[in-house]
Structures are given as C-alpha cells and as structure tokens.
Design a protein around this ligand. Structure first.
Ligand code: ADP
Ligand code: YYY
Length: 680
C-alpha cells in the first residue's frame, strides 16, 4: 500500500493479464458478525484484509470473541453463541458503515436480553453518516440507545445495566430509502430475539440497494436462518431461529473492486484480455451487474462462474442513461468511463452517494471537472460529458480523494487519457478501506510508454549522499530505487569470485574486458527487502566495503562492463516511477529523465561523512586515508573515457555540504513539484 502524500500515475497505454481481487467487504463484515454471533467455530477463507474488516475484527475481539489468524486472509472465529462475554466496552469503528450499523443493532438486542452498555464511535466522517432510521427502529423494539453526539448520528451508546423487555409483537418498521444497511442490521440482529416467536420487519418507503439485502439473506441462510420475504417490504424471521455455523465459509472477490478492472479492460487497448479472478457470473453480490452496464457502454466481457475476461469493444465507449439503484457503489466507475464515451452519460437514482464515505455526487463532479470535463449534478443524479478520445480537453489534475477509496480507484482510470497527461491521486492510502494493494495490482496489468515513466537522476561523487537522498525521495513519491553503484560493486565481486583480476593493468587486456562485459550482461543479481543477492548469496555487506568501492570504480571504467549493465539498469524504469543514483544516470542511462540532480559536497565533508558511516558500522577508518581514497576514486571516475562522472547539461546542481538530509530532500522535491504539470 502507498502511504505517500500523493501518487502520480503516468499516462497508461495498454492493459492485459490477470488480477486476483481481495475479498468482498460486504460479505466479509457480514460473515464476521454472523460467525461471532453463532454457536461453534467458523473458518473464514479469503477474508478481506482492510481497514473496514480490521475495525470489525477489533470490535469482535473486544466483545470477547475468540479469533485466530490461520493465514493472511484466513481467520478462525469462535462464536459467542448469542451470549455477551463482556458487558461494557467502547468500540471504535473507523469509517466502516458495515461495522457500525450491524453492531449497533446486534448490541442493542443483546443488551436488552442480557444487560450491558456499549459505546460505538468512528472517525469524524462516520459521525456525519446518518443512523437515525436504524435507531428509531431499535427504539420501537424497546432497545435503549443514547445519542452521544448529534441525534441521528454516531457516536452512540446502546443498552442499560439491566435487561429490558423487547416489543416483538408488532412488526418493526424501518425506512429503506436512505441506506439498505439499516435493514441489513436488523436482519442480522433480530434472529437473536426470535427464539420463541417470529419477528417481522416492515420497510417504510422504497427500499434502495436491494442487492445488498439479497447478500444479507443468502448469508443468513448459510448460518441457518431462513428469512421469509414478501416482496421487498416485509421480512419475517421464523420462531426458533438460531444461528449455526456452516463450519467453513469462503468470501468471494469484491464485485465493486472488480468494476475498476472491468473498466480497465473496456478502456485500454489490449492484445489479450484483462482477466479478473475471484468473482464471476455466479457472484451473490449485486455489483456484479456492473458488468451489464459496462457491456452497454461497449465492453466485451466473457464471464465464467468465478472469473471474468474483459476487452475493449466499442470505442469510443457508448454513452449511457442508467438507473443505478441496483449498483450504487460500482456506478461510480461508470462516471469515469463516461469521460471516454461518445456523448453525455447520465447516472440516475444515486441519492445514496450523498451519505457514503463522502458526498460522492459532489466529489465526483468536482474531480471530473478538474480533469477538464463538464459535469451536471442534481440531488440524486449526475451527468458527465465526455472528454473525447482525440486528446483535446483533458487536463493533468491532482485528484482529491476525500478519504474515499472509490474516488481514488475511479480516478486512476483517467490515466488512460489520450492526451497522455499524468493523474495525481492525493492521499492514495484511502484505498486501504477495501483494496490496500489496488495500485500495485493496477501496475501488474497496465503498461506505460517507458518515456512516460518518470525518472529522477541523482549523480555525483562518492559520499555526497546520493544513496541517502535517492532513498528518501523515492519513499516520499512511492517510486522504485536504482542504486547503480551497487551493480558495479557486484560486478567487481563477481569478477573476484570468478577468479578474474580487476587491477588496472590487467583490465587493459581486451580479452578480460570482454569477459567482464559478458559477466555484467548476465549478472545474476537481485534486490529484495533492502538486501542484495548475487546468485543466491546475500552480498549486501560484502559490496559495501571500501575495497569493493575501489574495485567497482576500476571495473566501471571498462566500456564493455558499462554496456553490459545498460539494459539491466533501464529495466528498473517501472511504474509508477524511479529514482536512480550513480555517476551517469542523467548523461547516459536515462538521458530523457525529467529531473537530473548533480549532487556534490566538499571533499572534506564527504570524507567526514564516510568516516562517520564506517565508524557507526563498527569498522576502523582514518579520515586522511578516506580523503586520499575518495579523491583518487573521483579522479578516476571523472577522467575515464566511458561515461565519466560529470553533470548532464540539463542537471541542477546541489551542494549539500551545509545541508541536512531533510533539507536536501526538500530541495529535490521542490524541484520535482515544479517540473510536474499539477501546479502547487
Ligand atoms: N545533507 C546530507 N545529504 C545526504 N547525506 C548526508 C548528508 N549529511 C550527511 N549525510 C551522510 O553521508 C553519508 C554518505 O551518504 P551516501 O548516501 O552513502 O552517499 P553516496 O551514495 O553518495 O556514496 C551517509 O551516512 C549520510 O547519512
Ligand atoms: N552509475 C554509476 C555508478 C557507480 N559507478 C562506479 C563508480 C563508483 O566509484 C563505483 C561505486 O559506486 P557507488 O555509487 O556505490 O559508490 P559510493 O557509494 O558513491 O561510494 O561504481 C559508475 O561508474 N557509474
């Protein structure tokens, strides 16, 4: 997951390959609660690992539920069997509506039956998301609920020290036109109160998002409770209802998350399809019907039970006028697809967007306008005018994401714009709510022209702080790092292991130069988790010695070695970007890089830094010896014929002798921001 302040997505061209989706959020949190309420042990497989499931798991643990992680996405839950093990607790539920609403209902019923008091709260946005309709229904039922903030919104406290009688004789009425989660919450909670009598729920007003109720009913059935329904207005939980564990339950891939990859297949030019694993036509999630909407816009989709294959069909996409009540979350994806359509697209019946993670109608309109689009909005509809496929009208934009995972994932699709402008996603870690590795998954199936993948080059003499600066800048931007010096060091070491001399006299022989070149070209080197591996050996420490630095300097003067390492170095230019440090990053390896920095510091400063570095590693060193060595190394690196150390013509010079590391990092990031088309 990217924890950077922003993530720049370079213009993308093609897409192909296969993605596996994380588990469905809606199914994950429902199954967790059902497993916690029932009697016995349930093993949940392919559970979503995200912010929203984490808060649910923490709440259940607080309530005394036995939880055991069997793997990253497998959890064993020992149910509470309908009994409260803890009578008082505070539960923090982040911004997870799928935790807040059902837990409020379940704890109201359990405390009415057994006594106890629980406080439920969330992030500030959660305290702006309505829950009043559910609270009204639970009060009708006889539950005790206290508003701890603004009435009708979390935070709340439920329960009282002593049990209170529940009124189950008359049907419980709940409004269904603001959020279907209120009905879901009652459906999940009321089986706890239906041991001796049937309980009926009546929906007042038109029920929205019916597919989510279908998921709830199907999962209740898996846990042994068959609810009878009359249309979408009356639901009866039979007398004697009792949750029983299905033993093992598998969570299917998130159909709403699938929508981004379906859209990708529809938008990107492809040779092979984009294949989405983990969700298909057998899905119980309503958002699977997004596939029909995408097909109506022109996507070519082949579906299997648990898999989808998507390719571009009609191009530009066909404009759409659609009632989106049945796909409230995935419909956001249509709003971005609409930018690539042949006319205005209207999404109707999306009033629930206004009370989601943010006011999604307002947010979507504002951000699509930033990209250059004309957007009209009404209380419960949105009309997006296309930006066209000839490249005109598109603007590079820094997209606000409003702590809303879907805003970030949707906006990423704008990176296919024909104007080939990058898209900046602010606060990319908001995807952690449902799809922490969304961007990494995106990179695995998309392509960008290498020239569009940014590289920041940091060249300069030894101990000027290149490596330190490169690592820090890369971390702030979410970019990859290329420590090219390490490659020359590894060549020196590999030569030594192969019994090849690396002294200057020997290196003058053309036959040796050729062998070293061949060795460099097929160098079995691997960088992983901050370590360097040579043919399976961890050589991280071995290549860091001063002797290895000297050997590297000598072999690096051999043109065949430099040529041999060229392709390997250019291979580091991967999405979303690269920071490369060395001697010739800006002059030879990435001459088209949009930012080149030539980093220097006085020889005395560099000798002192290297000295401190060695001493802190527990090695012995003398400043005078180091100074002599680094001056010799600089002289060789500068005077060699092949790719000598020198600033590129378009490099910006930075002397950091008097700067702290943070100051150098800020200088480079300021230069970088200036070179980007986002303003600010
Ligand atoms: N302003 C600065 N910028 C970068 N590094 C600095 C700075 N001040 C001190 N250093 C230290 O200098 C040492 C050498 O830095 P390093 O990144 O290894 O250099 P290089 O990669 O150029 O050989 C490190 O221990 C680093 O912490
Ligand atoms: N792009 C590069 C990087 C390093 N080299 C050579 C020249 C350097 O003296 C050695 C070692 O480089 P490295 O960056 O690891 O050395 P320092 O950390 O700056 O001491 O490799 C090069 O020729 N071209």
């Amino acid at each position: 997951m990217y924890r950077t302040a922003f993530l720049d997505i370079p213009p993308l061209t093609r897409a192909a390959g296969s993605v596996r989706l994380p588990g469905s959020k809606s199914i994950s949190n429902r199954v967790l609660l059902l497993a916690a309420l029932c009697d016995g042990v349930t093993v949940i497989e392919d559970l979503l690992d995200s912010d929203d499931t984490r808060v649910m798991l923490e709440a259940l643990a607080t309530l005394g539920c036995g939880l055991e992680r069997l793997g990253p996405t497998t959890v064993r839950v020992r149910g509470l069997a309908g009994r409260l093990h803890v009578r008082e607790a505070r539960l923090f539920l982040g911004n997870a509506g799928t935790a807040m609403r059902p837990l409020t209902a379940a704890l109201t019923v359990l405390t009415a039956l057994q006594g106890g008091r629980f406080e439920l709260s969330g992030v500030p946005r959660m305290h702006e998301r309505p829950i009043g309709d559910l609270v009204d229904a639970l009060r009708q039922l006889g539950g005790t609920i206290e508003d701890l903030g603004q009435p009708g919104y979390p935070p709340l406290a439920v329960g009282a020290p002593a049990p209170t009688p529940l009124r189950l004789d008359a049907p419980i009425q709940v409004r269904g036109d603001v959020s279907s989660q209120f009905l879901t919450a009652l459906l999940l909670a009321l089986p706890l109160a239906a041991q001796t009598r049937a309980v009926t729920i009546e929906v007042v007003g038109e029920l929205i998002s019916k597919p989510y109720i279908e998921i709830t009913l199907r999962l209740l059935a898996r846990f042994g409770v068959e609810v009878q329904r009359e249309g979408w207005s009356r639901f009866t939980i039979p007398a004697g209802a009792r949750y029983t564990t299905p033993g093992c339950i598998h969570v299917e891939g998130d159909a709403s998350s699938a929508s981004y990859f379906v859209a990708l297949g529809a938008i990107a030019a492809t040779d092979a399809p984009v294949t989405i694993e983990g969700v298909g036509l057998d899905s119980i999630q309503g958002d699977i019907r997004f596939v029909e909407a995408a097909q109506a816009m022109g996507a070519h989709v082949e579906g299997e039970a648990n898999r989808l294959h998507v390719r571009r069909g009609a191009w530009p996409l066909r404009a759409l006028d659609l009632d989106c009540n049945h796909i409230p979350d995935a419909a956001m994806t249509l709003a971005v697809m609409a930018l690539y359509a042949d006319g205005p697209t209207t999404l109707r019946h999306i009033g629930s967007w206004r009370v989601k993670e943010t006011d999604r109608i307002a947010a979507m309109a504002a951000e699509l306008r930033q990209l250059g689009a004309t957007v009209d909005e009404g209380p419960d509809w949105l009309r997006v005018h296309p930006l066209g496929t000839d490249g005109r009208g598109w603007r590079a934009a820094a997209i606000h994401t409003y702590d809303d995972h879907r805003m970030a994932m949707c906006a990423s699709l704008a990176a296919f714009n024909p104007a080939r402008v990058p898209v900046r996603i602010l606060d990319p870690q908001c995807v952690g709510k449902t799809f922490p590795d969304y961007f990494e998954t995106l990179w695995s199936v998309v392509e960008a022209a290498p020239a569009d993948i940014p590289v920041i080059c940091i060249d300069g003499p030894t101990a000027s702080g290149k490596g330190t600066l490169a690592a820090a800048v890369a971390q702030r931007l979410g970019y990859h790092v290329l420590d090219s010096g390490a490659l020359y060091r590894v060549v020196g070491l590999a030569a030594e292991r192969a019994g090849l001399p690396t002294d200057e006299a020997a290196l003058a022989a053309p036959a040796l130069a050729q062998r070293l070149g061949a060795l460099a070209e097929r160098l079995p080197v691997r960088f992983a988790d901050g370590r360097i591996w040579l043919a399976g050996d961890d050589v991280t420490d071995a290549v860091r010695s001063e002797a290895a630095g000297m050997a590297a300097s000598r072999v690096s003067a051999v043109p065949a070695v430099r040529a041999g390492l060229l392709a390997l170095q250019r291979g580091f230019r991967r999405l979303p970007g690269l920071v490369a440090d060395g001697r010739d990053m800006g002059t030879v390896v990435f001459p088209d890089a949009p930012l080149k920095v030539f980093l220097t510091a006085s020889a005395a400063t560099r000798a002192r830094r290297r000295y401190e570095q060695l001493i802190s590693r527990g090695e012995t060193a003398s400043i005078d010896g180091l100074l002599a060595d680094l001056e010799a190394r600089d002289a060789r690196d500068r005077s060699r014929a092949a790719a000598p150390l020198k600033p590129a013509e378009d490099a910006l010079a930075l002397d950091n002798s008097e700067q702290t590391i943070e100051q150098s990092v800020d200088t480079v990031l300021t230069w970088w921001q200036r070179s980007r088309p986002f303003g600010g």
